[in-house]
Design a protein. Structure first.
Length: 378
């Protein structure tokens, strides 16, 4: 940093939780390419390579400037030889041979298509592919294929739930959920989490995530089942509001230590829903199903209901992004000898759990500068 080199003046951390990443991505061409490769290695079940490309992409997303040539990236962390070679090719010729090859690969395309269905993960997609299936009609016509309820709903509402959810739609859903929550108990706490908590502009999400709890200890599970009942009873024209509902009861156990695994699922009561959202509710009716004049659309909604004293951990864990969460946990473990998950923070040196009522408390325990939700789009 003598002012003559193109090295960025501020050092960029290898940890996403020490970077501020808005939704303004100055390097989208590069990050899109790296994420194709990340996804293809995810399908190939090579997690190390997948993570390497995701980390590289995440670093580029945090830059307030566009990378023009490889020299610009000197001193940046997480850019391995492979990522750099891909970037170099794109910077020089506009595209990468490996990325183009991946995008036109039949297996990649098929797994991408299958995993775009709600309820279909990489394992199922791989199984279908190995069974010779290549399209939705192949899957639906194949004898001996059993679709679970989630997958059936995924196919039934495919068009709607693969269409992005707008801010206006998220707001309309917020009102709908809020109404149900108030009807069950007036002292409930409801907050938007997930992507819509991180987006400030006119970004779109794939679903709408809410966290809901109550100040009355032990009542949070009843609250969630109450909300579900309420939504089921609420009839919109001829149909109930809930097109699909999977409820997972809490398996939360306070004595368990945070797990060492990334992406570890949490144990709070939660539900995965598909909700019928009326077009008329939203100003301008911008989400009405185009062309078919139905006036409503299906939207994916997730609700999680932690006990109040776990609220800050759950909110931090559900706000994402996934890369931000991964690095928070990695940072806690590697730099602080602490274990963090959606339930708790444990200090291995002091051998004690650290209490928190706000996200700021958790950042403070970790000795991290507070990062606002809209700066967590790592
Ligand atoms: P998007 O929906 O706008 O595309 O982005 P997102 O909101 O960041 O993605 P998401 O898939 O809705 O996940 C939101 C956060 O929730 C993410 O950081 C991961 C976290 N999460 C958990 N546990 C669970 C879980 O059991 N299921 C799901 N679907 N997400 C979970 O911490
Ligand atoms: Mn989401
Ligand atoms: Mn979600």
């Amino acid at each position: 940093p003598d002012g003559t080199s193109s090295t960025p003046l501020l050092t960029v951390s290898q940890y996403a939780c020490k970077r501020r990443t808005t939704t303004v991505n100055n390097n989208k061409i590069l990050t899109d390419a790296l994420e194709v490769l990340a996804e293809s290695y995810e399908f190939k079940e090579i997690p190390g390579r997948c993570l390497a490309f995701r980390r590289a992409s995440s670093v580029l997303k945090s830059l307030p400037w566009a990378v023009r040539c490889l020299r610009d990236t000197e001193g940046l962390p997480c850019l391995g030889e492979h990522s750099k070679a891909v970037m170099e090719e794109i910077l020089q010729s506009g595209h990468s041979f490996e990325v183009e090859k991946t995008l036109s690969d039949e297996k990649y395309q098929t797994l991408k298509l299958f995993t775009s269905v709600f309820g279909v993960g990489p394992k199922t997609a791989e199984k279908w592919y190995r069974g010779g299936l290549r399209s939705f009609s192949d899957v639906l016509a194949a004898p001996g294929i059993h679709l679970n309820r989630m997958q059936q709903s995924g196919f039934l509402h495919y068009g709607d739930i693969s269409r992005a959810v707008s801010k206006a739609e998220a707001r309309a859903l917020g009102n709908l959920i809020d109404e149900a929550v108030r009807a069950v108990t007036p002292d409930a706490v409801l907050a938007l989490t997930g992507g819509f908590r991180r987006y400030r502009g006119k970004e779109f999400g794939h679903d709408v995530d809410f966290i809901v709890t109550t100040r009355e200890p032990g009542k949070e599970e009843k609250l969630l089942t109450g909300i579900i009942e309420r939504l089921k009873q609420q009839v919109s024209t001829l149909f109930g509001l809930l097109l699909y509902c999977e409820y997972n009861a809490s398996t939360f156990d306070m004595v368990k230590l945070p797990s060492h695994q990334f992406e570890a699922m949490d144990h709070f009561a939660k539900c995965f829903l598909i909700v019928r959202l009326e077009g008329g509710r939203v100003e301008g009716g911008l989400h009405g199903a185009e062309g078919d004049g139905r006036g409503w659309r299906a939207v994916r909604v997730d609700l999680v209901s932690p006990p109040m004293d776990r609220y800050a951990f759950a909110l931090l864990g559900w706000t994402g992004s996934r890369q931000f969460e991964r690095d928070l946990r990695r940072f806690a473990r590697a730099e602080r000898r602490m274990l963090l998950d959606n339930h708790t923070l444990y200090d291995k040196t002091k051998k004690e759990f650290l209490a928190a009522t706000t996200e700021k408390d958790i950042f403070a325990h970790l000795g991290l500068e507070y990062i606002e939700p809209w700066q967590r789009n790592a």
